[in-house]
Ligand binder design. Structure first.
Ligand code: SAM
Ligand code: SF4
Length: 325
């Protein structure tokens, strides 16, 4: 079992497969970054897999593939199959914007993918265009339909932003209700790469919106999940709220993050990270395991997003498209 410096068990590895993306979301990557990581610095699937095996052998039971947009990486189903064949009962999931999903959902399912988290911030084409920087909604909705058709588990992520999609919360929730899939509202996390004027809705404001139409009851946090769950009295529907500005979010943190170029990151907020690239390129299992042990030792107790009203020092310099959210 992997234990961090604060006694928390770590069993969840998130792997960002690329920082590149076909969207330009206002809260993540509104503009193409000044420079991308050169393609030759990206770890190959074989190199990533060496680290995946180290992680699984030492106690990782859950892996999420993310990005940037992970569906931009060629032969993704091949990588999914490598992980699945090594440990078929691993909880293997993918986070995607779903733009390219329709044509690959079946292949991913066949390769062993179990679940998808899909970002859906609105059901209005013009608002989706405004958030993502291009006309994306119809492709995204087709991707969701296909994922459900082939039997992949689906959850929806929505980031409610003041003055942009704050009136779409009920719409997105009812879309999910009709399909019996869970929506998780994620508080906007301030970061230096996002549009500066953006203001996210606080968790309590998101709940107020839901309460305009429904009666809700708190259920609690699901294990080590960052999502606090609620249910709707009228029909029993359950939804989640991810509120990183509250620090009870961190108490049960069970995750580490790996970037596409091999930086192992102990916390989404901070810049600190150590590279596994040298070790995995040399096939050095012991070296990779040592980096993992050091990163766990260094894992901070909590992030620094504050619950108070927005403060300059609460802005993280970590890019979500690099860490994978
Ligand atoms: N491209 C994929 C997608 O959008 O689903 C995967 C990567 S994206 C970085 C992962 C998740 O992070 C998405 O659900 C996205 O909404 C969320 N995210 C990105 N920037 C965020 C921010 N500043 N605050 C909160 N969530 C954010
Ligand atoms: Fe791309 Fe996802 Fe970031 Fe949007 S949130 S820019 S889809 S990586």
């Amino acid at each position: 079992m992997l234990i961090d410096g604060h006694g928390r068990a770590v069993n969840y590895l998130r792997i960002s497969l690329t920082e590149r993306c076909n969207f330009r979301c206002q809260y993540c990557m509104p503009e193409k970054p000044f420079s991308w990581v050169p393609k030759e610095n990206l770890l190959s699937f074989e190199e990533l897999f060496l680290f995946v095996k180290v992680g699984i052998d030492e106690g990782i039971t859950k892996i999420r593939l993310t990005g940037g947009e992970p569906l931009l990486r060629e032969n993704l189903d091949g990588f999914v199959k490598m992980i699945h064949d090594y440990k078929p009962d691993i909880d293997l999931a993918l986070t995607t914007n779903a733009f390219l999903l329709e044509s690959v959902a079946q292949r991913l399912k066949d390769a062993g993918l179990k679940r998808l988290n899909i970002s859906l911030d609105t059901l209005k084409p013009d608002v989706a265009h405004k958030i993502a920087g291009k006309d994306v909604l119809s492709h995204v909705l087709k991707g969701i339909d296909k994922a459900l058709e082939v039997g992949l588990g689906v959850k929806i992520n929505m980031v409610p932003l003041k003055g942009i999609n704050d009136n779409d919360i009920i719409d997105v929730m009812e879309y999910c209700m009709e399909r019996n899939i869970k929506v998780r509202f994620i508080e906007y996390m301030e970061n230096r790469h996002a549009v500066e004027s953006l203001r996210g809705m606080h968790g309590r404001e998101i709940l107020e919106k839901v309460k305009e139409k429904y009666t809700i009851h708190a259920l609690g946090r699901e294990g080590a999940s960052p999502s606090f769950n609620y249910y709707i009295e009228e029909n029993g529907y359950e939804f989640g709220l991810i509120d990183p500005h509250k620090h009870d979010f961190c108490e049960s943190c069970n995750r580490i993050r790996l970037t596409a170029e091999g930086m192992l990151i102990p916390c989404l907020y901070f810049d600190e990270a150590l590279s596994i690239a040298k070790a995995v390129k040399a096939g050095d299992i012991e070296g990779a395991s040592q980096v993992l042990a050091q990163v766990l030792k260094d894992k901070p107790k909590e992030n620094r997003w504050s619950e108070e009203d927005f403060k300059q020092e609460d802005i993280s310099s970590r890019a979500f498209y690099e860490t994978g959210g």
